[in-house]
Structures are given as C-alpha cells and as structure tokens.
Design a protein around this ligand. Structure first.
Ligand code: ADP
Ligand code: MG
Length: 242
C-alpha cells in the first residue's frame, strides 16, 4: 500500500489546552477515512494541521514520505492536499466560475481557457454547471458546498480533507453533497472526512477513526467500529446516534 499521509505522534496545544495528544494514523492511496467524535475532541485541529493551517507542536506529518513542513510553497501543497470546510470559504462576491478558476491560474499557472475548461468539467461533475455565471451569494448552502468541492477538484488534488461538509446545510441539501462525495470515493479519490453522518461513514469508509479528547480512541473498519466497538467511550458516543 502506498502511504499518502502519515500522521506520527502529532501534538498540538493552544496555550494550556492540549488539543491533540499523540495522534497516529496512516491514509493509504484510494482510502476513505472518516473521523468521528464529540465536539471539541480535536477533529478540526487535526485536519487543519494536515493542511498547514495550524503548526503542530510535536510529532510530524508526512506526505508521500516527506515532512509537510519542508514544503516551501504552501499553496502548491494545498493544491495537492485540498480542504473543504463546513462554511464553504468561497468568495461570496464572485461568480461560481471565478471561484473555480482563480487558484488554478494563480497557483497552477493555468491559462484562462484551461482553467475554464477544468472548472466546467468539475462543475458538471457536482451538478452545478448551469450556475456557472451565478454570483455565489445567490446559491443555497448545498449548492455552495458543491461549488467548493468542484473548486478543490480543479486543483487536481491527491487527497481531499473534508471538515463537516454537511453540518451547516439544511437537511434537504445534505443528500446532494453526500452523493457527490460518494461518487468521488467510488472513483478512488483519497479522502479524510470529519462527519456526524454515521450512515455515510458506514457505507463509504475503509477506516473509521474515533477521536476522544485529543486521542485516537479507536480505529477500524466500519464493521468493527459500528458493530463491535471495543472501547466504552466509543459505545457511549455511538449510542447517541441510535
Ligand atoms: P472538533 O473539531 O473536534 O470540534 P476542534 O479541533 O475544533 O475540535 O477543537 C478542539 C479544542 O481546541 C476545543 O476545545 C477548541 O475550543 C480548541 N481550539 C481550537 N482551535 C483553537 C484556537 N485557534 N485557539 C484556541 N483554542 C482552540
Ligand atoms: Mg470541528
């Protein structure tokens, strides 16, 4: 198996608060890892460290065997290890197409025509092609998130990190976004997904990682975690979703 990302003894504190305490796991090529756990357990901080949005205090993160802190160009690293946020992080005053083209031209130095071709390809994949000239402000949350996914795909990422991509959406929008993600998983994209959508986690994950108070409490296949959890904390957490 080819390791895409290796997280080793990762530690991160904010002042006196130890948010990540010795986190270890590996994401192999083509795997979908879902990360579940209570609010405040460190899930977002973990993804943010993997995307260089936070600097770890200890341990290391390797991307194809290399320490990610060696990357002198953060933007080209983030093209490879893309991130999709709960709150979309789109440019609200720009069009859908502009949102999908800007980083391609700036970071990947693609021509305007090439950037537009790619943008249309991925907007089509997420079912948002007909909104290409719409301003982002006019879109629903579910539509915004699908545009945000298309924008990330435009960068030809090797891995995408999703941080609760459906948590800010109205319930009727959640399915569309999860369907897009399921298709990406089926196509073999490597993904790490923080989510509270347990059905999605059961269906799509190769590995489920349960975080508790800054540690990986338990990690295994969906069958192990959901049907045969071995830790009391995992059982307690999952009982809230039944
Ligand atoms: P989760 O995503 O699992 O809800 P987070 O990683 O967002 O957890 O947060 C874990 C803990 O770290 C929380 O107690 C949160 O308040 C704290 N935290 C996160 N980011 C910061 C920050 N930038 N400064 C201070 N505390 C933070
Ligand atoms: Mg979070």
């Amino acid at each position: 198996m080819e390791h895409v990302i290796e997280v080793k003894h990762l530690k991160k504190s904010f002042g006196a608060l130890d948010v990540l305490k010795d986190v270890d796991f590996i994401i192999d090529k083509g795997q979908v890892i879902t990360i579940i756990g209570s609010s405040g357990s460190g899930k977002s901080t973990l993804l943010r460290c993997m995307n260089l949005l936070e600097i770890p205090d200890g341990g290391e993160i390797l991307y194809h065997g290399e320490d990610i802190r060696q990357h002198t160009n953060i933007n080209s690293y983030r093209a490879k290890v893309g991130m999709v946020f709960q709150s979309f992080n789109l440019f609200e005053n720009k069009t859908v197409l502009e949102n999908c083209m800007l980083a391609q031209m700036k970071v990947l130095k693609r021509s305007k025509d090439e950037a537009k071709d790619k943008a249309l390809k991925y907007l089509k994949q997420v079912g948002m092609e007909r909104f290409m000239n719409a301003s982002v402000t006019t879109l629903s949350g579910g539509q915004k998130q699908r545009v945000a996914i298309a924008r990330t795909l435009c960068m030809n990422p090797d891995v995408i990190l999703f941080d609760e991509p459906t948590s800010a959406l109205d319930p009727e929008m959640v399915g569309d976004v999860l369907d897009v993600m399921k298709n990406l998983a089926k196509e073999g994209l490597t993904m790490a997904v923080v989510t509270h959508e347990m059905q999605f986690a059961k269906e799509v994950s190769d590995i489920v990682l349960f975080m508790d108070a800054g540690r990986v409490c338990e990690m295994g296949t969906p069958d192990q975690i959901f049907n045969h959890p071995s830790h009391e904390r995992t059982k307690q957490f999952l009982s809230r979703y039944n």
